[in-house]
Design a binder for this molecule. Structure first.
Ligand SMILES: *[C@@H]1O[C@H](CO)[C@@H](O)[C@H](O)[C@H]1NC(C)=O
Ligand SMILES: *[C@@H]1O[C@H](CO)[C@@H](O)[C@H](O)[C@H]1NC(C)=O
Ligand SMILES: *[C@@H]1O[C@H](CO)[C@@H](O)[C@H](O)[C@H]1NC(C)=O
Ligand SMILES: *[C@@H]1O[C@H](CO)[C@@H](O)[C@H](O)[C@H]1NC(C)=O
Length: 503
């Protein structure tokens, strides 16, 4: 019996081998075609429906999408749609020629037309791709359903309640359904539904676990885009924590203004600040997406780097315009609801001041006793080895910072005659400071001459005499150490010379 089976298996293998061999296109055998510049034209001609994934195989996002893509290929085996991948890192010319400037991206090419592909939204799973294809090819009648089956679902269901099914509203609703393949869409005309949720017709309801989350009244001017914004915004909680799972949702949100709260979740004021952020979020829902970033989470390092936030600076709020990537810093010490709301409103009104890498160099910045540094002048002044520089890092909106200004003036005047000492200050909120400074602002840092790359943080009493003593002591210390180091270098040189002579 076993022998017979083996024989059959061998025969089968042979057949496949022969079949494959006789085909001039060996790659046609696989579920997903590998497309290159060389075979794109031919592949496009051969398949009436060609679904192409442009991706970078080494990127995390690329791998995730390509897994979903392969899953879809398996399910679509034998259908009219052929799936193909283009490695956008290798096929740069082809991707450019096809205007596929970002990846991963999925395009559906129909009837050999390379100019007008349909754009498939980036899928969460293989099911999203299938749903997208199905909805594209189908019609509203496919989503007319008995709501009772979905109402109690854990997942959000988008319900369109329409008076007439041939109305324009229904088309707008259905075109939104195509773009959001990860969500359940249902059309119903059942008046009981509407009575139950206390609405009238021509309304879109978001329902989760039989509870109405939000309702949207369709208007003659309502566009597909507006409806998509409404659905995607209310699908999310008012404040979304940034994590590996939510990142894609946040970054693909049609809301292009993001408010980010950087905070330590374990801090004592977390609950209070989070609640203020949450209440502010409710008032800007369709305009600003509110995101929480836990600075204690090491995986958030890249977001923090992007926004140039260091963990000791938390809690703080940044607003970013996702269109031009300009960021704005909330200029306040206290993060209460009113302050957050005012900041968001001033941003929307175009009145917020962007955060710069460096402020412009102020006129006559070195004419006053206290030198006013900015990002561009910081290193040149502080790291000058011929001067001892005492620098106040301050936040202009902080009471504690401002309280130090008179003392700093006093200190500068007291040291007016000493040319080798510079008293300076810098606005740490408006200038990027490229130093690993510990602690928080205001911060008093000394860069002693001869050892200017060394930063000595002052933690003593905030009194003139103490500051003066500190400067002198540190200058003396730096001088002594330099002498010692020079002596050691000298000894070493002498020893080296001696060794050379002896050779
Ligand atoms: C593919 O076809 C386009 C015209 O549609 C042509 O410009 C291009 O050179 C062709 N590419 C290859 C590799 O044959
Ligand atoms: C790419 O974009 C350019 C400029 O908009 C256009 O001329 C060209 O036809 C596009 N190519 C494709 C394949 O869509
Ligand atoms: C965001 O940036 C775009 C492009 O610069 C600009 O048109 C838009 O007004 C900005 N939005 C806000 C709220 O400043
Ligand atoms: C420091 O002083 C030395 C010797 O006078 C001079 O050559 C050097 O250019 C000075 N450095 C700076 C940054 O001013």
């Amino acid at each position: 019996m076993r022998r017979v089976l083996l024989l059959v298996a061998t025969a089968f293998c042979l057949c496949v081998f022969v079949a494959a061999d006789t085909q001039d296109e060996r790659h046609e055998e696989s579920l997903v075609l590998q497309v290159t510049k060389g075979n794109f034209n031919r592949t496009l001609r051969q398949h009436k429906q060609l679904l192409v994934l442009f991706y970078a195989p080494l990127s995390g996002e690329g791998r995730r999408v390509s897994e979903a893509f392969e899953g879809a290929a398996a399910e679509l085996q034998g259908s009219e749609v052929k799936l193909a991948v283009i490695d956008a890192t290798k096929e740069k010319d082809l991707a450019k020629d096809l205007n596929a400037t970002t990846h991963p991206a999925i395009r559906l090419y129909l009837a050999g037309d390379k100019y007008n592909p349909a754009h498939c939204p980036l899928p969460q799973s293989s099911a999203s791709i299938i749903t997208w294809l199905t909805r594209r090819a189908g019609s509203v009648s496919d989503i007319i359903a008995d709501l009772s089956l979905l109402e109690a679902s854990e997942e959000l269901t988008v319900v369109g309640f329409f008076e007439k099914l041939d109305h324009e509203y229904v088309q707008v609703f259905y075109s939104a359904a195509i773009e959001l393949p990860d969500m359940n869409f249902v059309v119903t005309q059942n008046p009981e539904v509407i009575t139950k949720y206390g609405r009238t017709h021509n309304v879109v309801l978001l329902i989760k676990k039989s509870k109405l989350i939000q309702a949207y009244k369709m208007m003659p001017q309502t566009s597909k885009e507006e409806l998509i914004i409404f659905i995607t915004v209310y699908q999310m909680d008012p404040v979304t924590e940034y994590t590996g799972e939510t990142a894609a949702q946040i970054l693909s949100s049609p809301v292009l203004n993001h408010a980010l709260l950087f905070i330590k979740k374990s801090s004592a004021d977390f609950v209070e600040i989070h609640s203020a952020f949450d209440s502010a979020a409710l008032e800007f829902r369709l305009q600003i997406l509110f995101v929480l970033v836990n600075v204690e989470e090491s995986r958030n390092g890249r977001v923090m780097e992007y926004f140039q936030v260091r963990d000791f600076e938390a809690p703080l709020i940044r607003l970013v315009n996702m269109t031009d990537h300009v960021t704005y810093h909330l200029p306040s010490d206290s993060l209460d609801k009113e302050t957050i709301k005012r900041f968001c409103q001033s941003y929307l009104d175009g009145n917020a001041k962007p955060k710069m890498r460096s402020e412009p160099i102020p006129k006559e910045w070195d004419k006053k006793p206290v030198k006013e540094l900015v990002g561009m002048t910081l290193e040149k002044v502080a790291f000058n080895p011929n001067k001892t520089v005492f620098l106040l890092f301050y936040l202009p909106y902080s009471q504690e910072s401002r309280a130090l200004f008179p003392l700093w003036e006093e200190l500068a005047k007291a040291l007016k005659e000493r040319e080798n000492v510079v008293i300076a200050r810098i606005d740490a909120s408006a200038n990027d400071i490229d130093m690993s400074m510990q602690g928080s602002y205001p911060s008093l840092c000394l860069f002693p001459a001869l050892y200017s790359e060394r930063v000595v943080v002052y933690t003593g009493k905030r009194k003139l005499t103490d500051l003066l003593t500190f400067i002198d002591e540190e200058m003396e210390k730096a001088k002594k150490e330099r002498v010692k180091e020079d002596e050691e270098r000298m000894k070493y040189m002498e020893a080296a010379e001696k060794a050379k002579d002896e050779l």
